[in-house]
Design a protein around this ligand. Structure first.
Ligand SMILES: CC(C)(COP(=O)(O)OP(=O)(O)OC[C@H]1O[C@@H](n2cnc3c(N)ncnc32)[C@H](O)[C@@H]1OP(=O)(O)O)[C@@H](O)C(=O)NCCC(=O)NCCS
Length: 183
């Protein structure tokens, strides 16, 4: 039995941060790790608002940095709860970089953070269900459910599939890859 239901709007989170010079890598672009750290914090805020508790990050799916982010850009992260299980929440994240000089906005990344709610003693905490109020919310919930089942299946398949090969077969499979097996 779910604790109670909450709307997606109640926890929607939008955060904007200026990309300062100390965030840059040697190529002058913003480090991917800086963006991940900002995204993790925004996912935390969104999930903690929905669950009303402390949360932890369990998995991140689909992070791809499609275009570089420049120093001076204003990065906006939009986060909403797309799917909830019993104790977990999938937070959909959209990242945009706005260049204030050109007024150009670039969609740099969309991904999913899975967060799990915890009680103060570290035990898992049940989260409120989601009230789905339109077709977009319904589709996102279904995507989340699919993503979760698919990710679990992929992890299990990968473990099982690799176990069935002998070391000799693995050597054979990697013979055109960029590696050298030395024992
Ligand atoms: C993730 C964690 C809570 C799982 O705990 P557990 O006792 O194994 O509990 P369960 O297997 O019941 O999983 C709890 C929930 O997490 C989900 N989950 C577990 N592993 C997952 C994974 N790899 N990917 C996505 N979701 C996962 C489960 O599906 C379950 O969701 P549900 O309750 O909505 O059905 C626990 O391993 C943990 O605390 N990890 C550390 C998290 C952390 O410190 N993060 C910060 C990283 S620096």
């Amino acid at each position: 039995m779910f604790v109670k239901m909450k709307s997606i709007q109640e926890s929607e989170t939008i955060y904007t941060e200026l990309m300062i010079p100390s965030y840059a890598n040697f190529g002058g672009k913003v480090h991917g790790g800086v963006l991940l750290s900002i995204m993790d914090k925004v996912a935390y805020v969104c999930a903690t608002k929905h669950s009303g508790s402390y949360v932890v990050t369990v998995a991140v799916e689909g992070v791809e940095f499609l275009s570089p982010v420049e120093v001076g850009d204003l990065v906006t992260v939009k986060a909403s709860v797309n799917y909830v299980g019993k104790t977990s929440m999938i937070i959909g994240m959209r990242v945009e970089a706005f260049n204030p000089r050109t007024s150009q906005s670039t969609h740099t990344n969309s991904c999913y953070f899975t967060m799990v709610a915890k009680n103060d003693d570290g035990s898992l905490k049940e989260v409120p269900g989601l009230l789905l109020q339109n077709e977009t919310e319904l589709r996102r919930f279904c995507e989340g459910k699919w993503l979760r089942e698919n990710a679990k299946q992929k992890r299990e398949t990968l473990k099982g599939d690799l176990l069935q090969f002998t070391a000799v077969q693995l050597h054979e499979m990697l013979k055109t890859d960029n590696c050298k097996i030395i024992n």
